[in-house]
Design a protein around this ligand. Sequence first.
Ligand code: URA
Length: 230
Amino acid sequence: MRLDKYLGDTAMLTRKEAAEAIRRGRVSVEGAKGPCKPNQNIDPDRDIVTLDGEILKYQKYHYLMLHKPAGCITATEGSAPTVMDLVPKVSKNLFPVGRLDKDTEGLLLITDDGALGHQLLSPKHHVGKTYEVHTAVPVSEADLERLRAGVDIDDPEPTLPAEAEPDGDGHLLLTLYEGRYHQVKRMLMAVGNEVTYLKRLSFGPLQLGDLEKGACRELTEEEAEALRNA
Ligand code: URA
């Protein structure tokens, strides 16, 4: 990989900034002879590169879990606050995997691994997503059965079988294996109810756990591996 690209990937420098940093002698490649050049080739897995004396850490892809708060939109740009405002700028190619509505809270996966992101969203691979759902009126046993079996939400096809259970706190835990527009809200509407609060607790093998609202963290190696196998 070219040294200037490596500096772009690890230190978020533009090509121009990387060239300038190299020219000013701020960059060193351990063991290399003579001054560094932007187009010199380095091995990201073996070479030790420093910027201002700090060793740069190369990571091909980044996987982050955000606890999305209500009020921000799931988009990479826009006039309203976006989820990306809450995510550290570890890569130029980060994007949210799927979307949560502006008023929905909870687990949102953010990555720059395009292939994995698309795989996780593809209808063939749809991974389970569990939501804590607060409703205007309690969900009856008969309605739980209807939600599990699939309901008509004015799409060509009814919803796929889902898991629906009371959470013991007067709310509903709903696990879906597909991702249609406003799906949870439309499913509750189909049984004559209304969502008053919605939070995603899990996405495939990932659990939100006690991550604070608005906080973002890197996935552990085990979580990233589980996601790749999901
Ligand atoms: N279903 C919804 O209705 N909204 C969300 O944000 C996610 C799932």
